[in-house]
Ligand binder design. Structure first.
Ligand SMILES: *Cc1c(COP(=O)(O)O)cnc(C)c1O
Length: 411
């Protein structure tokens, strides 16, 4: 992988016509360690957020010893990164063949369920393999409600009363039983975790069974940009602060005796990647770029994030407008699909023009993993960059959006 000090240096050296990802391993290691330092339990990185080999390797070398996985491809990726790491198979609805593969080939002993038929499915395979259920922990995933960029409780999770029945059933069979929740993604307020912990405590209090562990899922927010024309939203809490507050809540709900697991994704990887895109055409207040929602930017589109973006003017363009006033541009993606327009504008100096580059920062979460080959576009070129996106000295160009504040309204 070619190495550069900054994204700007990479753009000017390569003059890329296709999107190029700027991978920042030192930032990734730093954000990984920040989470590990803050959380007193076991950190299981959520592989779906970004499952690239180089990402998993960097995270593993920074000290993560467990992965949250959901499919055979993720079992394999996690094993490749660290054969000794524990794997938590936390998808509540699994194929029978995948359960067998998990138990037999990958030695996975932690799984999530939210329905009795899923327990029955796992039990059949455990019996057929002649395993002792006491060696396996089944986590009952409880439903949660709150504000997240992605509300996942609509899809998974047992209501509290049902969760009590599931816990007792798991215990009667002889499995070890855990409680798990996942509040969604980019959760900026502590109260969402508080409510989930209250449900977990309620379920534990009602169930006539021992609870072996508590898994608090992911959802910890990353920092993005914000629209300079709107009132600045409250800053996204630093991960250390939020995790500390959650741990205090855990203690207050009397759950402090339980071994803890967390499954962070976004907060660990968001800052570790940028993408350098090119302006293919400027048409009034619109710019057409060579990337879009079907390539690297689908998460920003779904979650309505304002991504930080920085203009890198093409020095070969001798004549351009004089105005460097920050102006909102509607961003149209590379494909012919008319939904391929970002839901938030990019704030760029007004003189942006055809042929310029834009480095879009903080796209490490849910960008590479959600790329499609739609319309034949599939960005897959990488360079390594030493400087954190927000630490680059931008000189005259300025930021299109301001860093270090969360800009995303809860849905
Ligand atoms: C997606 C997912 C995560 C990671 O979520 P982030 O918001 O990226 O932290 C963790 N746990 C489960 C069960 C998930 O589905």
């Amino acid at each position: 992988m070619d190495k550069f000090t900054t994204g700007r240096e990479a753009a000017l050296a390569l003059r890329p016509d296709r999107p190029v990802y700027g991978f920042r391993p030192s930032v990734l290691a730093q954000d990984t360690r920040a989470f590990l330092d803050a959380f007193r339990g076991q950190t299981a990185y959520a592989v779906k957020t970004n499952g690239e080999d180089m990402v998993l390797k960097t995270i593993s070398e920074a000290g993560v010893k467990a992965f949250d996985v959901a499919s055979p491809a993720e079992f394999a990726a996690a094993r490749l990164a660290d054969p000794a790491a524990a794997q938590f198979y936390m998808h509540p609805v699994k194929a029978q063949s995948d359960i067998r593969l998990a138990l037999e080939t990958y030695g996975i002993r932690h799984m999530a369920v939210d329905h009795e038929d899923e327990i029955a499915k796992i039990l059949r395979i455990v019996r057929a393999m002649d395993l002792d259920p006491a060696d396996i922990t089944l986590f009952v995933r409880i439903a949660t409600k709150g504000h997240a960029a992605y509300e996942l409780s609509k899809k998974f999770g047992a209501a509290a009363k049902h969760a009590v029945e599931l816990v007792e059933r798991i215990d009667r069979i002889g499995f070890r039983c855990g409680i798990a929740f996942h509040v969604g993604s980019q959760v900026e307020d502590l109260s969402t975790y508080e409510r989930a912990l209250a449900s977990a405590a309620w379920v534990r209090g009602r169930a006539a069974a021992d609870i072996a562990a508590l898994d608090i899922g992911g959802g910890f927010p990353a920092r993005y940009g914000h629209d300079p024309k709107r009132k600045a939203p409250p800053p996204v809490p630093a991960v250390g602060e939020l995790v500390r507050d959650i741990q205090t809540e855990i203690d207050e709900w009397g759950l402090d005796d339980l071994p803890l697991i967390a499954e962070p994704g976004r907060v660990i990887v968001a800052r570790s990647l940028s993408v350098i895109v090119r302006v293919l055409l400027k048409k009034g207040q619109r710019i057409y770029i060579n990337d879009g929602i079907w390539s690297s930017l689908s998460d920003a589109w779904t979650g309505k994030m304002t991504l930080p973006a920085r203009l890198i003017p093409d020095p070969a363009r001798r004549r351009r407008g004089a105005s460097t006033k920050l102006t909102p541009f509607r961003v149209c993606g590379a494909t012919c699909d008319s939904v391929d327009i970002l839901s938030r504008p990019f704030w760029l100096p007004e003189h942006v023009d055809t042929g310029d580059w834009i480095e879009i920062g903080h796209i490490g979460a849910y960008s590479l993993s959600l790329r499609t080959r739609f319309n034949g576009f599939y960005p897959d070129e990488f360079v390594e960059i030493a400087t954190a996106y927000e630490d680059e000295d931008t000189g005259e160009e300025g930021y299109a959006t301001v860093e270090t504040r969360g800009g995303m309204a809860a849905e």
